[in-house]
Write a protein that binds this ligand. Structure first.
Ligand code: ARG
Length: 567
């Protein structure tokens, strides 16, 4: 159990002994000089039983059974508790032989819906954010022992494929022409807008495709496969843990769509409006009194994006047996998901056992604060973006460490470049818009990938200089000096932070944690020399270094970022 939860449980038991059932509300202390944690719950608890909060707090301390954990528990201010942990207890959390991350008590099945590009178009920066953030959360859930089912809900169906396939057909397009999907799409669109014959052919293609005509289907499959292959190349470059088997495309739900309509109809949820079949839920009433409906089927019989999402929820609930379904898309889809989730609940597609959670993120903006586009206003190609990241990182690496041989330089440049792009995204609060800034993300100071990767590499270099094989270091690191105690407390909190991210899907708290760790390590390193120390002291400090390296490596790994042994 993570330290915070353990402490909460103890305080809640003491509160109960005092006759109050209330949450302890434990958090890390806002002022570290007063302790490690504080518990604010006593004050609210006192209110419910009309007790004096400071008196109740004193009573809770009397009854608290936390001697094994806490060295001191004190009443402070209007009635909160300040808790300082014991060195002995901290040391117990710093065992080099124990796994860093413990498994969840109750493992869940969690669907993580992320990346999900539209295969008709070039994958854009919005999908980059979804891929990076969703992937980190998927890895974190997995590390905690949850069963994660990745679902890459790619857009592979819809009328826009008509013109693309028509162009594909008579243009004789192959994988190479499609590598610039953006240009391909534009060319098809121009023809669609200017050539009446082509327009007719495009429409005929849609009809053939929907009717399941073999030739049209084959062409469509080929197109989709090429587009998917491009995505896969990008996933590999990005070290995203997504593979072909995670693709569950929109078209996979086609056969289930009539069943969705039937089920909605059976529940009496369908209303016809201008020939379209809609669901009107009172909770989506606008200011003028009218209701924004969810359109399930258009008057021409076509199904919509929302209909597919309803089918997907059914699948996730019934076939996949999910306890949670998480959706990583930009915040402009917030209303879509709110509505789809509400209708899915009403229709009984998602029972109370399934938690549906949209995890929105903000837009990616250029340094000028405007949407991130090329100078010409086009989509930024992700491949080009990653090329630039590696090129910039390569320059940095050469400056910083010219001795590295060419192979290693390339390897480090890749880790730093790709790591920087990912980390910059992950380290910002995901719901805010995010400014893409090369200088910031590649800086060696501050909360950046280079800073953390360097902190890790520095520890490895320390081991090399001391001729120490860190794998042979065993046992527990015991805090003695203040800088060790501060470092120990950060190290002991990994589990708590990781569990938090698994719950709320905000990886920036793990980034802030790793940054804090690297900073505390630097202070420790300045105040507690390692290689020049002797005997037991040296061994103990080496353990701190190794536990820090392990934690940085694991923490970055959970974010999908690879460390390098030197840089
Ligand atoms: N393909 C969509 C887009 O590009 C994102 C899909 C997100 N997932 C979902 N189940 N709707 O915006």
């Amino acid at each position: 159990m993570n330290v915070k939860r353990l402490l909460s449980a103890r305080i809640e038991a003491a509160l109960k002994d005092c006759g109050v059932e209330a949450p302890a509300l434990v958090k890390t202390a806002s002022r570290p000089e007063y302790g490690h944690y504080q518990a604010d719950g006593v004050m609210a608890a006192a209110k419910t039983v009309q007790a004096n909060p400071r008196q109740l707090a004193a009573e809770v301390i009397n009854r608290l059974n936390a001697d094994d954990m806490a060295q001191a528990v004190e009443v402070a201010g209007p009635g909160f508790l300040n808790i300082r942990l014991r060195d002995q207890f901290l040391a117990g959390k710093l065992n080099l032989e124990a796994p860093l991350i413990g498994k969840a008590d109750r493992p869940q099945t969690v669907v993580v819906d992320y990346s999900c590009p539209n295969l008709a178009k070039e994958m854009h920066v919005g999908h980059l954010r979804s891929t990076i953030i969703g992937d980190a959360v998927a890895r974190i859930l997995e590390a905690l022992g949850h069963q994660v089912i990745r679902q890459n809900h790619v857009g592979d169906w819809g009328t826009q494929f008509g013109m693309l396939l028509a162009h594909f057909d008579d243009g004789g397009a192959d994988s190479d022409t499609l590598s610039d999907l953006e240009a391909y799409y534009r060319a098809a669109k121009v023809r669609f807008d200017t050539e009446p014959d082509f327009q007719a052919a495009s429409r005929a293609m849609v009809v053939a495709l929907q009717a399941g005509e073999a030739g049209a289907r084959a062409r469509w499959r080929r197109f989709i496969q090429i587009s998917l292959d491009h995505c896969q190349t990008l996933y590999e470059r990005l070290d995203a843990s997504l593979g072909p088997h995670d693709v569950m495309a929109e078209s996979a739900y086609n056969d289930a769509l009539p069943g969705v309509i039937e089920a909605l109809d059976r529940q009496g949820l369908l209303t016809e409006s201008d020939g379209a079949r809609c669901v009107f839920l009172p909770e989506f009433r606008r200011k003028d009194g009218s209701i924004t409906p969810l359109i399930a089927q258009k008057s021409d019989g076509a199904f919509l994006y929302a209909t597919t999402d309803l089918a997907a929820i059914r699948h996730r609930a019934e076939a996949l047996g999910a306890d949670r379904a998480l959706y990583f898309t930009d915040s402009r889809q917030a209303f879509h998901f709110k509505q789809v989730f509400a209708v899915a609940r009403q229709a009984g597609f998602a029972g109370a056992a399934l938690s549906l959670e949209h995890m929105p993120f903000g837009a990616m903006l250029g340094k000028d604060g405007r949407p991130f586009k090329t100078r010409e206003g086009g989509v930024i190609k992700l491949t080009a973006l990653l090329d630039e990241a590696e090129a910039r990182a390569a320059r940095l690496v050469r400056e910083k460490n010219p001795q590295l041989d060419a192979d290693e330089q390339a390897q480090v440049a890749r880790a730093v470049g790709i790591g920087a792009v990912k980390y910059a995204d992950l380290s910002k609060n995901r719901t805010s818009d995010y400014l893409f800034d090369w200088e910031q993300m590649l800086a060696f100071e501050g909360n950046t990938a280079p800073y953390l990767l360097y902190a890790y590499a520095r520890i490895q270099s320390l081991f090399r200089r001391g001729d120490i094989d860190p794998e042979t270091l065993g046992g527990k690191a015991r805090p003695g000096a203040d800088a060790e105690r501060d470092l120990a407390f950060v190290l002991a909190r990994l589990q708590e932070v990781v569990e938090q991210v698994a719950e709320d899907g905000y990886p920036h708290s793990l980034c802030a944690y790793l940054y804090d760790l690297a900073t505390k390590f630097t202070r420790f390193y300045e105040q507690c020399p390692i290689l020049t120390a002797e005997g037991a002291e040296r061994a103990n400090r080496l353990r701190f270094a190794q536990q820090t390296a392990r934690t940085l490596h694991a923490g970055l790994g959970l974010l999908g970022i690879n460390t390098v042994p030197r840089m």
